[in-house]
Design a protein. Structure first.
Lengths: 109, 424
């Protein structure tokens, strides 16, 4: 009984710490990834979803693999990229991975 | 107590949405941010203040116009390629989807010490944080005769999309074949560096089709084309030949609206059939009157980490009215980017979070060289702590290799996407 009580308290304490961590970091409305992703939405549209029927592709809901592959291709100048060849050069590997993970979670409207 | 009085007063006036008034009785009051100006900077700030705070900050957007009208793309309206209606977007989603309170009024004055703004109707709006994205004001007085010529409508500026854009389109459509269309470019910095050259290109495209004996004369106060210079010059040569003439170092000092004549500091007078003067600009009068334009009484100096004014606490300035860094163009896209950095920093401060010390800005300026072809210059910027300013990230800043129909498609798509980013 006593042991169970202690275990219960530990679980409770752990969950509080987890909540604190998530409140501080990625789940927060004002997390760094939200600001980073906002540097994409000026061209790709609100949250990367975009207006219908535009020639700039939406990035919301892209698989992380495809997102990373496209960014690599832009950086390497493959195909005939225009603006993204320049833009892609500005993001380092860690930022690019974080963006790939983030936009994969956004549901297309 | 004072806050309650102001709110009561304002709610009684009926100008404020019920949602904002509903916070009055009971419940912990949320911090209130008033955003002045519903353009690229202000509308973006309002939306992102709400989203970055998870709805934890009350946001009021004060904008006199019922709907947003985009100045980017408005050169296409002058050339008859688009209508103003196609550049017009409702503010409704800011309210319905994001919970922004919209106040369609003009701000008459700001009291940065008392921390309130006064609306034209006399109502005071108290704020915890003020975001000003007031745009620009043309400096008319130094050019003799311009105030009168502008007043009568003989010479329009069309710096901001609206009635003057349509008026200029009509002047162009009414010009005789064989006439001269003059566009004057002010000394840099001014709003949207490629805009005068894009305008000249689109006017030339219109004339080439409809009035091929006519001419476009660009009279530039600068030593050279201020944006995408090699591309514009090559496009003019290849697409229009003698139809466009470019002259540098032409500073307008006077105009005669009756005879449509321009006077310069050095050169001979120039007579034309249509004159489009782009006068020098400075921060909007509202910002100047509030003492915020501390750089030559022209631009508002800000801390680039959060866009807070250097002369007023809890007052943040965005967009064309700031003293920008040397490589930061005054563009709608940049105002949108300023707004996101400012919104994140303001929310962090109001909610006791750490400020992002590595903010970034993106910018892409598309310019049409003909009705169906465009090109761009783009950059991504990072905050450099030592200089406390934004610098382009190496390798990210460049112009297109050439102009193309594909880029024209991107330009039109970009506009619809950034409108969804700020208003959708």
């Amino acid at each position: 009984m006593f042991a169970l009580g202690i275990a219960g308290m530990l679980v409770a304490a752990a969950s509080v710490r987890a909540d604190d961590a998530s409140a501080r970091n990625e789940d927060r409305a004002n997390s760094p990834i939200k600001s980073l992703a906002a540097t994409c939405s000026g061209c790709h549209g609100g949250n990367g979803v975009g207006a219908p029927d535009t020639s700039i592709p939406p990035i919301a809901g892209l698989s992380p693999q495809l997102f990373l592959e496209r960014m690599r291709a832009f950086r390497d100048g493959e195909g005939s990229p225009t603006v993204m060849q320049q833009i892609a050069a500005a993001y380092d590997a860690e930022q690019t991975r974080a963006l790939a993970t983030y936009f994969a979670t956004i549901t297309k409207r | 107590m004072q806050r309650r009085e102001l709110l009561t007063h304002f709610c009684a006036g009926g100008a404020l949405s019920l949602a904002a008034c509903a916070h009055m009785p009971g419940g912990p009051a949320k911090p209130r941010v008033v955003v002045v100006g519903g353009g690229y900077g202000g509308a973006t700030a309002a939306k992102f203040l709400r989203s970055f705070s998870g709805g934890g900050v009350d946001v009021m957007l004060v904008e006199p116009n019922a709907r947003f009208v985009s100045s980017p793309l408005s050169n296409r309206v002058i050339a008859g390629e688009m209508s103003l209606a196609e550049l017009t977007v409702d503010y409704d989603l800011l309210r319905a989807r994001h919970g922004v309170s919209l106040v369609h009024d003009r701000v008459a004055s700001i009291d940065p010490h008392g921390k309130y703004v006064v609306l034209a109707g006399g109502v005071r709006l108290r704020y915890d944080k003020l975001v000003l994205s007031p745009g620009i004001e043309p400096m008319i007085a130094p050019i003799e005769g311009l105030a009168e010529a502008h007043e009568t409508g003989r010479i329009v500026f069309a710096w901001s999309a609206g009635a003057e854009t349509v008026a200029l389109q009509r002047q162009l459509a009414g010009m005789r074949d064989g006439g001269v269309f003059v566009i004057t470019v002010p000394e840099s910095p001014y709003r949207c560096p490629p805009a005068p050259y894009e305008r000249a290109s689109l006017v030339a495209a219109y004339l080439q089709t409809h009035k091929p004996r006519s001419k476009v004369l660009i009279l530039d106060a600068n030593p050279d084309v201020t944006a995408m210079a090699p591309l514009f010059k090559r496009a003019w040569q290849e697409l229009y030949g003698d139809l466009i003439e470019y002259r540098n170092h032409y500073t307008v000092v006077g105009v005669d609206g009756a005879t449509l004549t321009l006077r310069f500091d050095v050169q001979e007078d120039v007579r034309a059939d249509v004159i489009n003067v782009l006068p020098p600009v400075r921060a909007a009068k509202l910002a100047v009157d509030a003492g915020l334009a501390n750089v030559n009484e022209r631009w508002c100096e800000v801390d680039f980490l959060n866009f807070e004014s250097r002369v007023a606490a809890d007052l943040h300035v965005l967009g064309d009215s700031i003293q920008a860094g040397p490589k930061m163009p005054k563009s709608g896209f940049m105002a949108n980017a300023h707004a996101k950095v400012a919104a994140a920093a303001i929310v962090a401060e109001l909610q006791g979070q750490a400020t992002n010390l590595e903010p970034m800005l993106t910018n892409a300026c598309y310019a049409f060289v003909s009705a169906s072809q465009a090109m761009h210059a783009a950059s991504v910027y990072r905050f450099v702590a030592e200089q406390r300013r934004f610098e382009p990230i190496e390798g990210s800043g460049a112009a297109s290799a050439t102009w193309s129909e594909r880029e024209a498609g991107y330009a039109l798509s970009w506009a619809r996407n950034i409108w969804s980013d700020m208003l959708g």
